[in-house]
Design a protein. Structure first.
Length: 599
């Protein structure tokens, strides 16, 4: 034992073996909370040293052959040890062991007492063994919580967790696993309070106050959460990421406001932030509870609609529920719209009078009062919906038909059914409202609503729910992106672009794997990103590559600023890069700064 202030050795003792022909060594040691005692766990034995007398004052037999963790309770009345063969507890006041019910074998990950010493939690993982007859797993995965006084099991979680720990002074238990799930359980009631998915955390720690939880992932990115409500409060990045990217939260979406002055980023755990699109400075935020799945901005950039909800879970307190909230951009919550299931889509009408939520039905709401205005009813759960450009009709897409409703009366005025047994997946309307493009698994149908006829059938490959179908803002082109894979090949993204006057393809390519694309606001350019992190811009007139980003950003989402001069890129590393992509804009800016007229 060393004195840290003086550096002097104040205790040096030889450990006696527990039995003959065994190695005398401690595999795990721990101080008592008052610093007076040290517990040492060795093969077959636990020793308790009194540091005042420098003598062993208690000894207990260990049924654990390889102890890895030893721990005193907060009031020093109990000591616990955990190894591959199980977990054991001793009552130091009564000098007797406590039998723990159904103690799991496995590799110890964590062992923690609650702050009041009432509960003990341990997490184990199975171990892979190799032998002459093959390989197998031994031990078990799981997190357990026991009542320390009685040894009875209070909670048993069979998941392959990587850790468990009590939060502050509470009986709330935090668990983590390799798949990126973080859960918080109320041990007293065995109730799941929080379930969130992130990238896997290599390690987590809880502030002694219980007010903060910190985790670090494989990239060295550190997040800090508040446990109630469970929100990210801070994100720290390795220096090389800070130097290269504008970093934000645990992101899943981004979009520019229509005025182009601000960029909106959305985190999985309910944080919405607004950023100055020129300098990247944060200008405000909105905190919500729950998973945000869709965002939509009013055309005047004064309001933001957030659509979210949960998938139905196995826990009783995780019912399938949906919600949409409407906020002013300043962050004031205006109203909440509820629906039975999570939102599939949310958007404003062209005149901003209405908000549409696509959930169990396509529901139109008054954007000012929040009152339900009308429902465009369908016999199937809708996939998506959109307004006609003049805002007079609402088109709802289901698995086998398109339903067109009058926005004033709510009556169905037109329907377009699938021509085959193929599933409908996506739709897009021409900016002038002349035709509607509807994508099935292997074809895109061009439906002329005025004549109620199909004017073109465009072949495509393997459209599904991941597909993207969109017209250029000027309506000159229609683009479709689909994904394809099988058991014998790598996945590919198929992109086809048609000229809308003739419906002839002008570009047909496959990229491995194309993640996203976006048209510039003037319809002259298109930005593309593939799965390998490449991002580039092409001119639609001739397919010429205009520029290519020099850095690779995997799993990119793309958004053009409304003036077309900037592209925002959201990558897998949950960072946003703002790219001034057009060399002509650089030249123009240089001439402007030099106060020189263009030649």
């Amino acid at each position: 034992l060393q004195d840290l202030e003086t550096g002097e050795e104040i205790l040096h003792a030889v450990i006696e073996p527990a039995q003959e022909r065994t190695v005398a060594s401690y595999d795990a040691i721990a101080f008592s909370t008052d610093g007076r005692y040290v517990a040492g766990a060795s093969f077959l034995r636990m020793d308790i040293w009194d540091l005042t007398t420098k003598q062993i004052v208690m000894q207990f037999p260990l049924a654990i052959s390889l102890p890895e963790i030893v721990l005193f309770s907060p009031d020093n009345s109990y000591v616990a040890a955990s190894g591959f063969d199980g977990t054991q507890v001793w009552n130091l006041v009564d000098n007797k062991g406590v039998f723990l019910e159904n103690s799991l074998p496995g590799i110890p990950q964590t062992l923690r007492f609650s702050a009041d010493g009432q509960y003990l939690t341990g997490t184990k993982q199975e171990r892979w063994e190799a032998g002459e007859d093959g390989a197998w797993y031994i031990g078990q995965n799981g997190t357990q919580v026991w009542n320390v006084a009685t040894g009875s099991t209070i909670l048993r979680l069979p998941e392959a967790n990587t850790g468990s720990s009590f939060i502050g002074e509470t009986h709330h238990l935090l668990t983590t696993n390799d798949l990126g799930a973080m859960q918080i359980w109320d041990v007293d009631t065995s109730t799941l309070l929080v379930h969130m998915l992130f990238d896997p955390q290599v390690a987590t720690t809880i502030h002694p106050s219980g007010n903060y939880i910190a985790g670090v992932n494989e990239l060295g990115q550190i997040r800090v959460w508040s446990p109630d409500p469970f929100l990210i409060t801070q994100t720290l990045y390795p220096s090389e990421v800070i130097d290269r990217y504008r970093s934000t939260d645990n992101l899943n979406m981004l979009a520019y406001l229509p005025d182009g002055l601000r960029l909106v980023t959305v985190a999985w755990d309910g944080i919405v932030r607004f950023w100055d699109s020129e300098n990247g400075e944060e200008q405000g935020s909105i905190m919500t509870r729950g998973i945000i799945r869709y965002i939509a901005a009013a055309s005047d950039s004064t309001k933001l609609a957030l659509g979210g909800g949960n998938h139905r879970g196995s826990a009783p307190d995780w019912p399938e529920v949906g919600w949409t909230t409407i906020h002013t951009i300043s962050g004031t919550k205006v109203m909440t719209l509820t629906h039975e299931i999570y939102a599939n889509d949310v958007f404003f009408s062209p005149d901003d009078r209405f908000v549409v939520t696509v959930a169990e039905q396509a529901q139109v709401w008054n954007a000012v009062t929040g009152e339900a205005y009308l429902t465009c009813e369908s016999d199937q759960t809708p996939i998506t919906a959109l307004f006609s450009p003049d805002g007079n009709q609402l088109m709802v897409l289901t698995g086998d038909k398109v339903i067109v409703c009058d926005v004033v009366t709510g009556e169905i005025v037109q329907q377009f059914s699938s021509q085959t047994d193929s599933q409908f997946w996506q739709m897009a309307t021409h900016p002038n409202g002349s035709v509607l493009a509807v994508a099935t698994t292997n074809a895109v149908y061009i439906w002329d609503q005025a004549s109620d006829s199909i004017v073109a059938t465009l072949p495509v490959k393997n459209i599904d729910h991941r597909a993207k179908l969109i017209f250029t803002p000027d309506g000159r082109y229609l683009a479709s992106m689909s994904h394809w894979t099988n058991s014998t090949s790598d996945p590919y993204g198929f992109l086809t672009i048609w000229e809308s006057e003739t419906w002839q393809p002008v570009m047909d390519s496959s990229e491995r794997l194309l993640n996203d694309f976006a048209f510039s606001p003037d319809g002259d350019y298109m930005a593309l990103a593939n799965d390998e992190g490449d991002v580039w811009v092409v001119a639609l007139a001739d397919g010429r590559e205009v520029n290519r980003l020099q850095e690779r950003i995997p799993k990119v989402q793309i958004a053009f600023r409304p003036d077309g001069k900037q592209i925002a890129l959201l990558g897998r590393w949950e960072t946003v890069l703002l790219w001034q992509w057009n060399p002509e804009d650089w030249i123009l800016e240089a001439y402007t700064r030099l106060n020189v007229n263009l030649p």
